[in-house]
Design a protein around this ligand. Sequence first.
Ligand code: GRF
Length: 372
Amino acid sequence: MPNVSTHPASKIVSRDTLARVRDEFAARGQKLVFTNGCFDLLHVGHVRYLQEARALGDALAVAVNGDASVRALKGPSRPVNGQDDRAEVLAALECVDYVVVYPETSETRMTGLLRAVRPQVYAKGGDYTPETLDAEERGALVEAGSEIRILPLVPGRSTTRILESANAGLTGSAGSPAERAPLNIGVLGSGKGSNFAAIAAAIDAGTVPAEVRIVISDFEDAGILNLARARGIRAEYVAPGRFKTKLEPEAEARVVELLREAGVELVVLAGYMRMVKAPLLEAFPERIINIHPSLLPKYPGLMAWKQAVEDGAAVTGCTVHYVDTGMDTGPIIAQKEVPVLPGDTAETLHARIQEAEHALYPAVVAKLARER
Ligand code: GRF
């Protein structure tokens, strides 16, 4: 067995030391297990996961995301605990042998560290599969010959949940919705995913009592899938089939299956460019919402912002509505106005509408979560 001191501070090492440790392990025919995460408020889910990871080899090294990187991943109100405190708490766990704070910048990926350390075993918690790990990180692991092990999450345990309960306690509202389980949402998107990012950031900030359980896209390379992966959220591509404006029924049935598996209660369309058909509508009656970049019923369909400019409208905006069988026709939940300014082009107007969307959509999800 390696000679590991039990004094927590001595477990906190630099990237170079960790790389050396790995080589010493390899020379002895032993395995260094590596994992990484934010570990902002340590809870039983973390502890069980780290114990399981430790059991996969001869010692466990944990890379803890630096403060700037946690902010980039979880939103401006995080981390709650600074990187040095988080590292010390981890180092005090018996199952943790080494801790390294990484990255030092707001970079969110661990690629550099993985390349340097080349762990024999890489453990990751959650809904990942080896295929859905970040491509660059997976590349570094494959190059290093690391064995990739995905460990199950402990259901219902998360830092976000703890923060919500704490906030509910602070407001003193007995029976407040925030004390209940968060609303499980599933997001469907075809594009860059800025609305998803706004919702996820608001959840992390504790203003939306919800949890994004899964993100699904009809485009394999959609930005929304990468954003989800970067946040450790399950991200799935479902091949759409031969149609352009809707999913093949089998594909939509697969989407339903994934959403159900993930325990989704509310389906949130965020830049999802296909009509929703029976399999989804019947599986989630009145539980599918969409955001559209106009004040519906004005300018339904594609490029609503361009329609507004061409129409000479003085004001447009965005709408969140329930989804029905029509195109952008379902019952309206909320709207936010955006003035059309002199000199606005379709692009400048679209950018301002998106800003309004990023405020409206999280607010609507919060309202629906609270009104349950
Ligand atoms: C938004 O403008 C939304 O109104 C429309 O599609 C766009 C999605 O953008 N339905 P993003 O992928 O959320 O950035």
